[in-house]
Design a protein around this ligand. Sequence first.
Ligand code: BES
Ligand code: MN
Ligand code: ZN
Length: 510
Amino acid sequence: MTALTLSTAAAPGLRADAIVVGVAKAAASKSGDLVVAPGAEAVDKAYDGGLAGVLKTLGASGGEGEVTKLPAPSGFKAPVVLAVGLGAQPDKDTSFGTETLRRAAGAAARALAGSKKAAFALPVTDAAAVGAIGEGALLGAYAFDAYKENGKNGKNGKAPLAEVALLGAKPRDKACKAAVERATAVSEELNRARDLVNTPPNDLNPESFAAVAQAAAKEHGIKIQVLDEKALEKGGYGGILGVGAGSASAPRLVKLSYTSSKAKKHLAFVGKGITYDSGGISLKPAGHNETMKCDMSGAAAVFAAVVAAARLGLEVNVTGWLALAENMPSGSATRPGDVLRMYSGKTVEVLNTDAEGRLVLADALAKASEDKPDAIVDVATLTGAMVLALGNRTFGVMANDDAFRTAVVEAAEEVGEPSWPMPLPDHLKKGMDSPTADIANMGERMGGGLVAGLFLKEFIGEGLTWAHVDIAGPAFNESGPFGYTPKGGTGSAVRTLVRLAELTAKGDLG
Ligand code: BES
Ligand code: MN
Ligand code: ZN
């Protein structure tokens, strides 16, 4: 994992493989003029104040994420200067936004794969900027090549940038130090969630996922309880068992409990953990199942957030529930037409075995409700409909409480995760009426993301506050990398969950 430090060294004498500077489109210019962003004054000076001009000559536009490499000025220990685009220069008296910095640092770190050390001379106006740049660098440096020839970072892969030194911030400043610690904990756990998502489903199944959680819980002093298939049977978890019935890998329900002696509030996070979604007997057609190893992204996010909360020692109790199953067709699989008796006691007619996420979540949500947490948030790659509605980079947020839904959307905004509030219109519930059971696992096709949300709502304990986050779009990036987001597993929703835990700890939520 990439190391992150604060350094007081001056750019010229710094031993590194590259020095990263920011370049922006000049505010008052229509002729494509560039400005070097604050933080890189010493570098610019070594080019006799002409760095912006040199970059323009090289064809740089200052566009977000654009990377331009040039030889460092003579006398510099580092051989290369890497300029990363920051987009438009902010108005006077304002500074670059944290998400702009996070993305730029990510693009720079990715472009430096194969290098050992880089010094970042970007605008560190305050601790928030330190945290954003640090996070962006650690997330952008991420690479998954465990399955390439010669093992991790073998001859086919460039090793991620090993060390990032942030210049310009005060290493002894308490807030800056805390920002580095936070960025490190959150990014490392988020990258671990990405690893889990990227791990192929022949290696990651409910049992091996639970084992990973067990090891992490031990390392970080988190209490853990793993219900195996026998325990699930005994407990009456018909939803989780029904979804896992067709698989050679039995399902699991994992409970992670992080507690703080100073906690006043309790949050429950619930994650959909389908380690592979073939659709089951309602088999997905070819073209729709190649990326379905990503269907455990919600559980990975919940897992990462609980571990990050523990590492940061947040003063809030956080319980994480991982509802793990593999959805496969076989002679023992649940059939369309079967009725499942859920943990809550409700019965569900399974009309489509591909609507499996809501079944495992329903059991986990009903169980999580028993602790009467102050709020419950579930995270799931739940519906293709949400991808159609919001695209590949934005997750949808639904809730049984308008203020809480707004709080989740605002927390996401704060950490740089695009999200959008979605309604839960009552009239769509009727579509899930079943002649045989209490409810069917499918309703109207139109508004499918909201129908799934309404189904989940039925399993929330009386009077509890709940939000549902559908990350089917942003969980897995099938196109090229951008900003700090790699191809493949993205770690979507991890930072939003951590932020919710922080806000709850501070008493600013719920
Ligand atoms: N895991 C899928 C949803 C999904 C789609 C995630 C695309 C990521 C990308 C989910 O289990 C599913 O299959 N949902 C169905 C529900 C339908 C059968 C009611 C869907 O959205 O088509
Ligand atoms: Mn499915
Ligand atoms: Zn699924």
